[in-house]
Design a protein around this ligand. Structure first.
Ligand SMILES: [Zn+2]
Length: 149
């Protein structure tokens, strides 16, 4: 199971599926495996007919994903060590869903590379990114797809 968390937006990603929070209640949900301090919930998500709760240790800040069935029986837990940025992740999916030929109709290869780099959270050549941004409206007029990277 591949688990990532966007700690800013409280979205958990399990095996590449984004799960938005059902609520952000703060409750005591157990003890930390590494330091025995209290683990407090950050977000509750529907998952697989039950729930997954993300909790954080209030001392060492370790993050856990704790799985429950529909009757709140504990099903297991995983440490969360990977993080992602929901915006970047959505931008990459957007770009991947656009036919490369469409991108190349409007953007130069250098601008296209800058868009991908920015979406991945990597360094990009700002000059090309700015040029690309000026063409978002053209792209929208042509293909009806709104880019906002
Ligand atoms: Zn801890």
């Amino acid at each position: 199971m591949d688990i990532k968390y966007d700690i800013e937006k409280n979205v958990i990603q399990i095996d590449d599926v984004d799960l938005y929070p059902e609520n952000l209640d703060r409750n005591f949900i157990g003890l930390c495996n590494s330091c025995d301090s209290d683990v407090i919930s950050l977000s509750y998500h529907s998952y697989d007919g039950g729930m997954v709760v993300v909790g954080q240790c209030n001392s060492c800040e370790s993050l856990y994903a704790i799985f429950y069935d529909e009757e709140w029986n504990w099903q297991g837990e995983e440490s969360i060590c990977d993080f992602f940025d929901l915006n970047n992740s959505n931008n990459i999916r957007l770009l991947n869903n656009i036919d490369r030929k469409k991108l190349e109709t409007v953007f130069t290869p250098a601008e296209t590379n800058a868009l991908y780099a920015k979406a991945r959270g990597e360094k990009c050549v700002r000059q090309y990114l700015y040029r690309a941004r000026k063409k978002y409206n053209d792209f929208y007029d042509l293909f009806g797809i709104r880019i906002n990277i």
